[in-house]
Design a protein around this ligand. Structure first.
Ligand code: NI
Length: 193
């Protein structure tokens, strides 16, 4: 990961609105990122800020209303509530391992894993999803440089979940029809209040 990415640990940023299912932007196939500029850097920074505070372990650009092929992830950070000097509670974060994945393409997918997933765009819903247990992913970093990543288990699952968002797929759509209909109904009912 580039040095620049480490700046995002500081968690200065803007909290972005996370769109929830069934927002149209979540169903679009996102466009490739072509410009690696300051605007993209700011978006990534704000996405990390939003993800860590949610809290979540992954956030894809379509979830914040940007239909581009980019997601951020951190599958094992620690989060702690602290009281600051003026009496406000705030969150402190440690053990960061932030990842920025741009224009990802799976080169390999094999094995099988059943893993309980959740999603910031489908709050309150958790369900086992079947995914490949081992993946090889090619992508670009924030500088636009080509990178490759081999992952297993939780990391492989998260990469597939986030990549699905870029293809307009939420994890509910990876479930059996019956489960999907049941959970979707339940979620939409809860959302209505
Ligand atoms: Ni998600």
């Amino acid at each position: 990961m580039s040095e620049f990415t480490k700046e995002h640990y500081k968690l200065e940023g803007e909290k972005l609105t996370v769109f929830t299912y069934p927002a149209p932007v979540l169903k679009q196939v996102a466009k490739p990122v072509v410009e690696f500029n300051e605007e993209l850097n700011k978006l990534v920074k704000d996405m990390f800020f939003t993800m860590y505070h949610a809290p979540g372990i992954g956030l894809a650009a379509p979830q914040v209303g940007k239909s581009i092929r980019l997601f951020v992830m951190d599958i094992d950070f620690d989060r702690e509530k602290t009281l600051n000097s003026d009496g406000h509670t705030e969150w402190s974060f440690s053990n960061f391992n932030p990842m920025v994945i741009i224009n990802p393409v799976f080169k390999q997918k094999d094995g099988e894993i059943l893993y309980e997933e959740g999603c910031l765009s489908v709050p309150g819903v958790y369900e086992d999803v079947k995914r490949a247990n081992h993946v090889v992913l090619e992508y670009q970093d924030l500088n636009g440089d080509k990178q490759s990543l081999e992952a297993e288990g939780t990391l492989a699952v998260c990469l597939q979940h986030e990549n699905d968002h870029l293809d307009g797929i939420v994890f509910l759509e990876r479930l059996s029809l019956l489960k999907r209909q049941f959970l979707t109904k339940k979620f939409l009912k809860a959302k209505k209040g």
